[in-house]
Structure formats: C-alpha cells, structure tokens
Design a protein around this ligand. Structure first.
Ligand code: UGB
Length: 628
C-alpha cells in the first residue's frame, strides 16, 4: 500500500501535478496514479464543478482500474462534444434548473400573436410557379435529415427510417427520401440545362441509438442509388443526466463507472454541422440552401419544391414549413413574439409551452381552435430551409450552440428533488432565436394532406388522441400517402372514387385507392399533369404502382391492381381497361406478436390476390392497352 502511494506521488510529481487539490475526495486521490494527465485534467474540472460524489464509491487502486479509466474516457467525450465543455454544461444546467425551480417563464416579457406567412394552395398558378422555382434551385441545396431520435413514442424496435413508409411497395422512409433527392437532382439539372451534373449532398444526423443500424441500412442497400460519397453521417453525442438542482451528474444505475446520459435533442444538428466543416465545403461548392427534415414524414417531398421556391423568391434566411394545427396537437405553434422592449421574433413555441404562454398573456382559453376549426397558430412541422451564407455567419458567432431548456419532473411542489434524472435539451427550430432583427425569417403554410403525416405514435396511444386530431401513427402515415396521391391525381383530372372509412388498430381512417409512384415519375404537380392524359378513372379498391420515369397514363380505367416497372430509357403509354381481383387490405391486431412488427403496427397487411404487372426492361417506345 505504502509503495503504491509512493508511486502515485512520484508519478504526479513527474507530471508536475500536486495531488492536494483532490484531498477532499480521498477515493479519487488514492487513484490518481492510475490516471493519465488528460484524465487528471478532467478530474480537476469535475471537482471544480462540485462533482466529487462521482468518486465516492471508487475502491483502492488495483480494483476495477480499467473501469476507472473508462469512466474518464466517457468524461472526455462528454467534455469534447459540448460547446465550451462539460463545465459550461454544468453551469448552464444550474442556471436553467434555478429558473425552472423559480417557475420562470422562458417567454417572460413576450406577448404572442398570430404571424403572417406565405399560404400556398396546392395546384394553383402560384403553387406551380413556386414549385418550378424550387426545382431550379434544388441543385444548390444540401439536405440534412435528423435521425438520432429513438422514437420512444412509437415504441418500434428498429430505426424509424427503416420502417416502410407504405406497405404497397414496402419502400422504407430512407429509400423514399434518397430517391426523392435524386429525382430532384435530375430535375434541377435538366431545368437549368446546366453542363455540370450537380450532386445534392445528404447528411444524416445519427446517435448511438441509431448510427450503426443506419449505416448498415445504407450499406446493405447500396445507398439506395446515391453515391456513398454524397452521404455523410454525423453522430450526435448524448449529454450527462442531472440528479438535482445543483446539477450533480447522475451515476448510471447499471454501471457505477459511467455517467448516465440521455439525448440532447435535434438542436445538436447545428453544432455538428458547424464543427464538421461541411458548411464551408458547401459554400465553396456554390451551394445556397440547407434543408432540414425529420425521420418519418412520407409526404414531405411533395412540399419541398414549392417551399424552396418560396425561400428563393422571398429571399428568406429562414423558412419553416407549417400546416394548419389542431389545438393541443403535438406539434409546435409558429408564433410572433413581441417583447415589452420592442423586440419581435417569429418562432416555434413548443406544444407543451403554447397553452401556458397563451393563458399567461390574456388568451383565457389557452391553446384552443378558432372559428376555422384549427388553432390560429400554424403548426411547425420542423422542416427548415436556411440560406447557407447567413447560416454560416451566425454559426461562426455561436458555434452552433442553441438555446437550451430543462424539463425536470419534480417529486413534489417544493421542487427540490426529481422523480428521475433530467438533462438539458435543445431543438433545431430554435436556431432563429439568436438572429438579429434584420434576419429575414418567414414560414410557408401548406395543406396537411399534402405536406405532413409523421409516424410518431404507437397504436395504443394513437387510438386515444382526441377525436378529430391526427393519429400520427404508422396507419395514418400510410393512408395519408394514398390520400395525397389520389387527391393530386384528382386535381390533374383523373376520376378517383371516394374513400371508404375503415378502422385499423382502433383508428378510423379514410382508405383511398393505394396509389404510389416513385419520385422519378413525378415530383411536382406539373410533372403529374404532363404524365396523365385523356379520361382516366380509378376505383376505390384499386392499387397502382408507377415505377418508371417515362410512364404515361392515358384513358386508363383501373379496377384492381396495376404495376408498371420500367427502365430509364423506356417510354410507355398505359391505357384501356384493367380489371382484376386486386390486392386486399386485411386487418391485423397490433397485439398479435406472430405478425412482424412493421405490419402489426399499422393494423393491416396486404393480400396480393391478383394484379396486372408490366415490366419494361429495354429502351424503346411501348404501349399497353387493357381489354376494352
Ligand atoms: N431527433 C434527433 O435527431 N435527435 C434527438 O436527440 C431527438 C430527435 P421527434 P419532437 O414536426 O412533428 C418535433 O421526437 O421533438 C430527431 C418538433 O420539436 O419525432 O417531439 C428524430 O429522429 C415539434 O415542434 O419530435 O417534435 C426526428 O427525426 C414538431 O414540429 C426529429 O428529431 C414535431 O417535431 C423529431 O423528433 C413535428
């Protein structure tokens, strides 16, 4: 024992470090000899920040030494991944926890009012004009998908981007997103007749919960047709959990040599992009826009071209996509906040904060619908379009740090202890909070049926949402795709039967014909109109899959299932009458564990009884005419 202490002292003096600073924490002091100089620096930070409890249980040197070193490896990661380090994290936590205890309202001094933005109507001239502008601009865009969330509300065991967005083709969300970006890339280059073929970059923000499975999904599917060099994965780190109002870091209940961690939120994306250096690479490559989007919205790319068109036409530094919002729906409300000192900003107020803010500022009923049947505050769908140059300028100032918040669950009204550990969080849509008043911050509202149908809630919770509010489940997410495609075709002149109403997993949904097309078939309304002609009709029980760039539908009467697959250089005209027994939706109970999770979570499976399948594998002009 004595020789051990001597060796520790020798080692420390060789390092020029005096162990006295650790005297108040004898269990750490005894172990200094096994630690590296970097570890010791970190230990000092921890003690300075009042974290000596982390070492209380440390045994003598020689016992669990590797675990002790592992502890500091984790501390080093936590320190490096937070802007200005772990000490800043603890300081921020103390300040925010004190504010929370004092019941301080983060919007103190601000009065909310309904902001005005660009409201688009699908298919009118204005919409088509914006879509056209957006497609031309897309070659100067980079896309960023935040996909680090575990999806606790959904309770799915896999990663959410691997879930089928619809079960007619089984295309998963990530594949759909990548194919949409690739189609946009081709359309944008064609529209500008540019000599150079642009490659639109895609960044995926992952986390420890999703990283390896996301990479595996990409690699085992050849990146769904994207060049691997076009795709970058940036992994966000979790942040330390906090046990009390003094921001004492929480020891992991499963491993006493680890600090418990939890996700910090999607706001991390800004700091990660900044530190990755990618923003400057994009700037140097002549890019102008960064588009942020979330993991499970199968409709989003129907809204992207027009929204990007709005950004470029209106020269918005920040453009948030929004949809009409039902009161108490779990999406933030876009709000104009005016401070008593004259400052104003248009910003998302998160769904759990909107009601108290409204009540505290004279809206006695809080978050309620107005005479339109919707909340007067548009719903934020967290699809942000940022202009690159002002974005880089801002991040150079902030390092990408986003205003944080803390949401402890207190044991009682004394607010002195928590039910379970908490942590700081941040949201990507809070980026505009630090912008100067001169920044051009706008938003674009589109119809929900066109733009927003996320898959966030498990079947049980979805079935419990207040009547009239969206389910945000796998069932409603899939049905929304069929409905949107049917409505778009209707607008293009196709006669589509009305939907039936069915109940799956306790959720009443409209069942439209199951119409799906690949993004390369059509991205915009103009594309759809150019590929549909004559007098077409599709019955409610039909399924139609269009998988080819040059498939033209003319005088088609479909009652059953029709699938058209074609290679790039084949041009096919499909018409006539197609009638068969088709594909049937069969109910499945979400509790039936014998059925794969991807299927039972949506409450139905497809029984592929009979179909007309057309496959064109060679270039050339073709025509298919069903029986008259
Ligand atoms: N995400 C991460 O990448 N990392 C994280 O640490 C956490 C999440 P949720 P949330 O449009 O529907 C947001 O959990 O946070 C990713 C907006 O805040 O699905 O409850 C995750 O993978 C809200 O204003 O949503 O609510 C996913 O892709 C509203 O707009 C994304 O972040 C709402 O989304 C969102 O995470 C909405």
């Amino acid at each position: 024992m004595a020789s051990e202490l001597r060796s520790t002292t020798d080692k420390l003096s060789q390092l020029g470090i005096n162990g006295d600073w650790a005297a108040s924490t004898p269990n750490l002091q005894k172990n200094l000899g096994i630690l590296s100089p970097d570890h010791i620096e970190l230990a000092k930070i921890l003690l300075d920040m009042g974290q000596s409890h982390l070492f209380e249980h440390w045994p003598e040197p020689g016992v669990d030494d590797e675990d002790k070193k592992g502890f500091f490896d984790q501390v080093a990661r936590l320190n490096a991944s937070y802007p200005r380090g772990l000490a800043a994290y603890i300081q921020n936590a103390r300040r925010l926890l004190a504010d929370s205890k004092a019941g301080k309202n983060p919007f103190d001094g601000f009065t909310p009012s309904v902001p005005s933005g660009e409201v688009l109507t699908f298919g009118d001239d204005n919409f088509v004009k914006f879509e056209d502008a957006g497609v031309r601009e897309a070659r100067k865009a980079a896309f960023v998908l935040v996909a680090g969330g575990l999806g606790e509300r959904l309770g799915y065991n896999g990663i959410k981007v691997a879930l089928p967005s619809e079960s007619t083709t089984g295309t998963c969300f990530l594949q759909h997103y990548i194919e949409s970006i690739l189609a946009l890339q081709v359309a944008s280059c064609n529209s500008t007749e540019s000599q150079s073929q642009a490659e639109i970059p895609l960044v995926l923000m992952t986390s420890d919960d999703t990283h390896s499975r996301t990479l595996e999904l990409l690699e085992s599917n050849a990146y769904f047709g994207m060049k691997p060099t076009q795709v970058k994965l940036l992994k966000q780190e979790k942040v330390a959990c906090l046990d009390d109002n003094d921001a004492r870091l929480a020891v992991d209940p499963k491993n006493k040599y680890r600090i418990q961690t939890k996700p910090h939120g999607h706001g991390d994306v800004h700091a990660l992009l900044y530190s990755s250096g990618l923003l400057n690479v994009w700037h140097d490559a002549g890019l102008k826009w960064v588009l942020f989007f979330q993991d499970t919205n199968g409709l989003l790319f129907k809204a992207i071209p027009a929204a990007l068109g709005v950004s470029s036409t209106k020269q918005y530094h920040v453009n948030s996509l929004a949809v009409p919002r039902k009161a108490k729906e779990a999406i933030g409300g876009i709000t104009r906040l005016t401070h008593a000192d004259g400052r104003t900003m248009v910003i998302n107020v998160e769904y759990n904060q909107l009601d108290p803010l409204l009540k505290a500022t004279g809206y006695a009923d809080g978050d309620v619908n107005c005479e339109t049947g919707y909340s007067p505050f548009p719903g934020n769908i967290n699809q942000l379009i940022l202009e690159l140059d002002p974005y880089i300028k801002e991040l150079t100032k902030t390092g990408g740090a986003i205003e944080e918040f803390v949401n402890p669950k207190y044991k009682d009204s004394s607010k002195t202890s928590f039910k379970s550990s908490t942590r700081l969080e941040c949201m990507m849509q809070d980026y505009p909070k630090t912008l100067p008043p001169s920044a051009r911050v706008g938003f674009t509202v589109m119809d929900t049926w066109l733009a927003y149908a996320p898959v966030k809630n498990n079947p049980e919770d979805a079935a419990k949402v207040p009547k009239g509010n969206p389910y945000h489940s796998a069932t409603s997410g899939e049905m929304a795709i069929y409905r949107a495609n049917s409505l778009v075709l209707r607008k293009a002149g196709v006669q589509i039967d009305d939907p039936t109403i069915q109940v799956f997993n306790g959720q009443e949904v409209e069942v439209w014909p199951q119409i799906v097309w690949k993004p390369k078939w059509a991205l915009t309304f103009a594309d759809v109109k150019s590929k549909v002609g004559g007098s077409c009709a599709i019955s409610q029980r039909s399924t139609m899959v269009l998988n080819g760039r040059n498939v033209f539908i003319e005088d088609l009467c479909l009652d059953g299932t029709l699938i058209v697959n074609s290679v790039e250089d084949a041009k096919i005209k499909v018409g006539g009458s197609v009638h068969n027994r088709g594909w049937l939706l069969e109910e499945v109970d979400y509790k039936d564990a014998s059925v794969p999770e991807e299927i039972r979570t949506r409450g139905f499976r497809i029984n592929k009884v009979e179909q007309e399948e057309l496959n064109y594998t060679e270039s050339g002009m073709f025509a298919f005419k069903g029986l008259q």
